[in-house]
Design a protein around this ligand. Structure first.
Ligand SMILES: *Cc1c(COP(=O)(O)O)cnc(C)c1O
Length: 415
């Protein structure tokens, strides 16, 4: 068991973190241009009131059950477990959540909040398009307009997701300046929001950005861990020895981890090591980064020689962000969560193993968590490990086939 501050329970932890200004220890906060401060304060105040109301809670509950298909199951991977030894591997099937990943959990929450606040439009940026698709889905459900800012380069690369967003009725607005990718799209979306905030709400795609987003997105994602903890207890009569999830911005992992934060359970966040340890070859910000402010919050981040966000790489486009949410930086500092790394090839081997041994095609992002769980199972050869399978891999199959075929070479290498 790792050293950690002992919170009496999960509720006590949630009450203490973040503080009123959105800080988790030294991390978090809201570092904003003057013109956006009233907008964020409006969201924060509205959220604190609305999220307590029985009407909001009940409506979100109904949406999760009837529209999203929650609760998603926990599944015991018996064949995968037996293949590696005696440690039992379980997966929380967020791939079965509507639209195929956990992202809809916070998008539906943000959409419902927008509706209660009387807003007419959802605004966001997207990189690979996964957040854009989830938000466009929420907008259609609530009858809201949806403007998604996306770099021209990403629009060309992510054609199927662009089609999905448009099919769902969203406007995809090309961003044509600078490198024409995610960073420019963030700037453009913030810019639009500062002009339109009376009628619109900005929706961040992970536990990132200025307060109150890291808290709000976290609260909406904890449904994953709350369900998983209950389901695992019911299935086995005890808690897992370890819980594992992949960390990009950090939303699926924080949602999985927090309900276990006061339990005697080891928690592992898996960062992408990409092609290796050299700056630019990975996106393992908590392992190799330093404290800094970007995109409106203070956290641990990867910087270049000028102190700007460094270029990052991972085979999983959902994980290649140069920082992680402030709550992860805090959990890292106090040692409650261990942040480990998995490179492209190990993640892809796990991808093929889950396909062949269990009949589940996982997202390349989720495959990083799975690869670490497999490593854990091999090292321990006893006990149990619960993995958050954050999404399904249908979006990845063309690219995977091009790069790795059907996995023949990778599967040869070792067990
Ligand atoms: C976006 C995404 C991630 C990474 O985002 P987090 O905020 O770190 O959860 C992980 N898995 C899938 C399937 C995704 O789409």
């Amino acid at each position: 068991m790792k050293n950690y501050q002992n919170y009496r329970d999960f509720d006590t932890y949630l009450k203490h973190f973040p503080d009123e200004k959105g800080y988790f220890g030294p991390y978090g906060g809201a570092y904003l241009p003057e013109k956006l401060i009233p907008a964020m304060e409006e969201i924060s105040e509205a959220y604190e009131t609305i999220c307590q109301s029985a009407k909001f809670i009940n409506e979100l509950r109904r949406i999760r059950k009837e529209f999203q298909g929650r609760p998603t199951p926990v599944y015991h991977c018996e064949r995968l477990s037996n293949y590696f030894g005696k440690c039992q591997i379980y997966v929380k099937r967020e791939d079965l959540n509507h639209t195929g990943a956990h992202k809809l959990n916070h998008c539906m929450g943000e959409g419902l909040l927008a509706k209660y606040m009387g807003k007419k439009k959802l605004i966001a940026e997207t990189g690979a398009g996964q957040h854009g698709v989830a938000l466009a889905t929420a907008a259609a459900f609530f009858g809201l307009e949806c403007d998604i800012y996306m770099g021209e380069v990403d629009i060309a690369k992510q054609a199927p997701n662009v089609t999905r967003m448009k099919m769902l009725g969203a406007r995809v607005i090309p961003v044509t300046h600078g490198l024409k990718t995610l960073k420019e799209a963030v700037d453009a979306a913030f810019d639009a929001y500062s002009k339109e905030y009376k009628d619109a709400i900005y929706c961040i795609g992970s536990v990132l950005g200025p307060h109150p987003f890291p808290k709000m997105v976290r609260d909406f994602q904890t449904v994953v861990g709350i369900e998983a903890r209950e389901q695992f207890l019911e299935m086995t009569g005890h808690l897992p020895d370890a819980v594992v999830a992949c960390v990009g911005g950090g939303s699926n992992s924080i949602g999985m981890f927090l309900p276990f934060v006061a339990d005697p359970v080891d928690i592992y966040g898996v960062e992408p090591l990409g092609r290796g340890m050299k700056l630019g070859d990975h996106a393992a910000s908590l392992n190799y980064g330093t404290e800094g402010i970007m995109h409106g919050f203070n956290s641990i981040m990867l910087k270049d020689e000028n102190g700007e966000p460094a270029p990052v790489y991972s085979i999983a486009s959902g994980l290649d962000y140069p920082s992680s949410g402030p709550e992860h930086a805090y959990l890292h500092d106090i040692g409650r969560v261990s942040y480990v790394t998995i490179g492209d090839d190990d993640a892809m081997r796990a991808f093929f193993q889950l396909c062949r041994l269990e009949g589940i095609i996982p997202a390349v992002e989720s495959s990083h968590a799975l690869a670490y769980a497999i490593q854990y199972a091999k090292e321990h050869n006893t006990g149990s490990v619960l993995v958050n399978l954050s999404g399904r891999g249908d979006k990845d199959i063309d690219f995977v086939k091009e790069q790795y075929g059907y996995g023949e070479e990778l599967l040869k290498e070792n067990k």
